[in-house]
Design a protein around this ligand. Structure first.
Ligand code: ATP
Ligand code: MG
Length: 472
């Protein structure tokens, strides 16, 4: 090709690349070796409300402010060769607009030198703001209608909780973190004839020891320097319900005072000489086995007997996995509405992972994973493997292998073969995802997986991934 033709060809090609960059629906920004922006596409302009002139050929830190200047992933890619995938980043433009994106960022290395760094950004600012305004609208009011699940163990607890709405007896709710203890407490309150009076909730673990007594029982003026006449939480909940979360964190002296308040229905403010009558229903929660807490002196035996007039054991999610689809569907609906999206379902592969996982964070963890996945969905209708957060994939593939209960169950049912197939399928999919994230570069993917290149090659052949790669 003569030089003129070649130049024409390169110029045309350049125009084509440019038009593609401006057509796609993700923000793209590239900085050169000096940290100056050389590519900045339409979507990125929209996302940051900036013009080309504001940004092009300017130093990144002149235009964008990060909480800490080392937070810029683009500069990390340029200066340290760091590659990051699906990472959330918050920053401000010099016009004061706060931006939140999920980014893929990587260096471009030529002949051993980093010549540029690229950022591919998905805008989630809108989601973040919606979420903020959604949760700012005050305390959510939970009722029994909000408790989702059709499994037998959950239905039994709901039944007992509903029965408890008819009385004012104390309730002890036992359950791991994220199982819905708060949800149950509020539902009992709102379903009872106390629903027009206050529902006050306090986490005992969050209170500094020297303040707990004043906070719970109130103070009388002059009780100590600076003390004023002030009602405690027990008085603030008058006529209603007081939820004491993590009761096992309350020191045992105060547990004794609380017992007195429950039994005699009176309290005495710190520094006061007179008792005050109160009418408050106490609901307490505990996230460990109460018998163990009693044995280890974290829960007074007499208080335990008093509180557990009604005791509700909320089962962990791993013991009612049949509720997962219903819960997942509800959370998708919730975030569809919140984020103005139209995700229709979760695909089978993801469900398989969900069923295999042990869910230590229970329903809260499931909700967070769905919310996280929906942040990564662009216009797909399905949540699939590629939308799942890394931390979940890491845990779900590895923690479950030591979930002896699950393994035992599989063995009992002689499903060993199937389990092996499933693990291999998960492994193959994970490898595909990592490859994709590394532009099918085998050395980098192997590094990222923490295995040798040979070992990755072996797996590519074993799972026939190589054939798929070459077809694409
Ligand atoms: N059965 C359920 N149906 C729908 N949402 C649920 C259910 N159980 C829990 N959730 C949701 O999961 C999250 C955690 O629930 P909640 O705060 O009640 O848990 P918790 O047991 O009090 O946890 P912690 O011990 O950490 O305080 C909340 O957002 C709640 O709405
Ligand atoms: Mg709670």
């Amino acid at each position: 090709m003569d030089i003129k033709k070649e130049l024409k060809y390169v110029t045309e090609l350049n125009d084509i690349y440019k038009s593609i960059l401006d057509e796609i629906n993700v923000g793209i920004q590239v900085i050169n070796h000096q940290g100056k922006t050389i590519i900045y596409n339409q979507k990125k302009m929209q996302l940051e409300a900036m013009n080309l002139d504001d940004v092009l050929n300017k130093n990144l830190l002149e235009i964008f402010t990060f909480k800490n200047k080392h937070d810029s992933r683009l500069l990390q890619a340029l200066e340290k060769g760091v590659r990051t995938n699906n990472t959330k980043q918050k920053y401000f433009t010099n016009k004061g607009k706060e931006i939140t994106t999920i980014n893929h960022t990587y260096p471009i290395v030529k002949n051993g030198e980093t010549i540029a760094a690229v950022e591919i950004a998905n805008d989630i600012t809108k989601y973040e703001q919606l979420k903020k305004s959604f949760f700012k609208n005050g305390n959510t009011k939970y009722t029994f209608d909000c408790i989702i699940g059709e499994s037998k163990p959950l239905k039994n607890v709901i039944e007992s909780a509903k029965r408890a709405t008819r009385t004012s007896s104390s309730v002890l709710i036992i359950g791991e973190t994220g199982t819905g203890k708060e949800l149950f407490s509020q539902s009992i309150h709102h379903g009872s004839n106390r629903s027009n009076s206050p529902f006050v909730s306090q986490n005992c673990a969050a209170l500094p020891d020297n303040l707990v007594e004043s906070l719970l029982f109130g103070t009388k003026k002059g009780a100590f320097t600076g003390a004023i006449d002030q009602p405690g939480l027990l008085e603030q909940a008058e006529g209603g319900t007081l939820l004491l979360d993590e009761i096992n964190s309350l020191n045992t002296n105060l547990q004794a005072k609380l017992l007195r308040a429950i039994q005699e229905k009176v309290i005495r403010r710190v520094g006061d000489t007179k008792d005050k009558e109160i009418d408050v229903r106490i609901i307490a929660t505990i996230n460990e086995d109460p018998i163990e807490a009693v044995t280890n002196n974290r829960l007074r035996k007499d208080l335990y007997y008093r509180l557990s007039v009604v005791s509700l054991l909320v089962p962990p999610l791993r013991e009612r996995k049949e509720d997962i689809p219903l819960l997942a569907t509800k959370f998708i609906e919730k975030y569809n509405q919140l984020f103005q999206m139209d995700v229709k379902r979760i695909n089978q592969e993801v469900y398989r992972l969900f069923f295999d996982y042990s869910w230590p964070g229970n329903i809260r963890e499931l909700e967070h994973i769905i919310e996280g996945a929906m942040n990564l969905v662009t216009d797909e209708e399905e949540i699939s493997y590629i939308h799942l957060p890394h931390h979940f994939l890491n845990k779900s593939t590895f923690t479950n292998t030591d979930d002896s209960k699950t393994l035992q169950k599989h063995a009992d049912e002689d499903l060993t073969k199937k389990l092996k197939d499933q693990i291999e399928e998960v492994e193959a999919n994970y490898i595909k995802k990592v490859l994709l994230n590394n532009n099918n570069n085998i050395s980098r993917a192997a590094h990222s997986l923490g295995i040798s290149r040979q070992s990755l090659q072996y797996r590519l052949r074993k799972f026939k991934i190589k054939e798929e790669l070459s077809r694409e």
